[in-house]
Ligand binder design. Structure first.
Ligand SMILES: Nc1nc2c(c(=O)[nH]1)N[C@H]1C(S)=C(S)[C@@H](COP(=O)(O)O)O[C@H]1N2
Ligand SMILES: [Mo]
Length: 259
């Protein structure tokens, strides 16, 4: 703070002080400023020497993930991302074809569900998923590349699907891994976000069934995360205790990719 700003600040507090006291205070802030600058430099040095993961110093990542924790708690307390009106919805542009390049036989598709050790817990056809309560949401899809678009999703809530396996917010399984049938695209999400009411296993977009480029027969849709997490053409879902591998995290993006 400059001296003038300091004075301004004192005046606005309507707490007048003597000229001598004012100078003493300024001297103290000057000294404090020097100490703060030295501390700042030293912690900068410390950051530089820390282990790097994906070229991001570990402490910066930890700080980031600390913020993610706060964010997550806010959402767990029932906060929802904004929703929009139908007139604002449109068909999403197609973006990203990892794991969906090969042909798919939609009639033969089945969703595979695995437990933490990779053992098979169950399989589901699309109509199994369509038997679960259908939910619709009009949300903003945000891509990390810098574009966003409002669209309409319909599908089953992941929380309703997880309930088939007796998994709810009391579970001690912390994560969900979702992988395309060919294994080429894979994402991981923490359980809190997966069980959020705006996280859908979506089979419809903008009023019609998903086409192949948008992830038929089933994809993830959630306004809590950037587009990179909205995996198209889900093949396997694994409930797990380990933070799952994630395609874009391996390429330097935040694992959480929260909005
Ligand atoms: N299987 C798969 N899913 C994916 C991707 C991908 O490359 N492969 N790209 C992601 C990204 S970066 C975005 S922005 C959205 C785009 O979805 P859309 O093509 O339906 O617009 O899909 C996500 N899901
Ligand atoms: Mo994206």
């Amino acid at each position: 703070m400059t001296d003038a700003a300091n004075r301004q600040n004192e005046e606005s507090n309507d707490d007048s002080i003597s000229e001598a006291e004012f100078r003493a205070r300024s001297r103290r802030s000057f000294l404090f400023g020097g100490v703060a600058a030295a501390a700042g430099f030293m912690s900068w040095r410390w950051v530089q020497t820390q282990q790097e993961v994906n070229n991001i110093p570990k402490v910066l990542r930890d700080g980031h993930e600390f913020n993610e924790d706060i964010w997550r708690k806010l959402f767990r307390e029932g906060h929802n991302a904004p929703t929009y009106s139908a007139s604002e919805s449109s068909v999403l542009r197609v973006n990203g074809r990892h794991g969906i390049r090969s042909a798919i036989n939609l009639d033969a598709w089945e969703l595979r569900v695995e437990g933490p050790d990779g053992s098979l817990w169950g399989t589901h056809t699309l109509s199994d998923l369509q038997d679960l309560p259908r939910h619709e949401m009009i949300i903003e899809h945000k891509c990390i590349e810098g574009w966003s678009q409002i669209t309409t999703w319909a599908g089953a809530r992941f929380s309703d699907f997880a309930a088939l396996y007796d998994i709810d917010s009391n579970t001690d399984l912390g994560f969900v891994s979702l992988v395309t049938p060919d294994g080429d695209y894979f994402v991981g999400l923490e359980m809190d976000s997966m069980l959020h009411e705006q996280t859908l296993l979506a089979y419809d977009m903008h009023g019609g069934p998903l086409d192949e480029e948008h992830g038929a027969p089933l994809r993830l849709a959630t306004p809590l995360k950037y587009g990179i997490k909205q995996i198209k053409r889900i093949g396997t879902i694994r409930f797990t205790n380990e933070q799952p591998e994630d395609f874009w995290e391996q390429r330097g993006y935040s694992w959480y990719a929260h909005l």
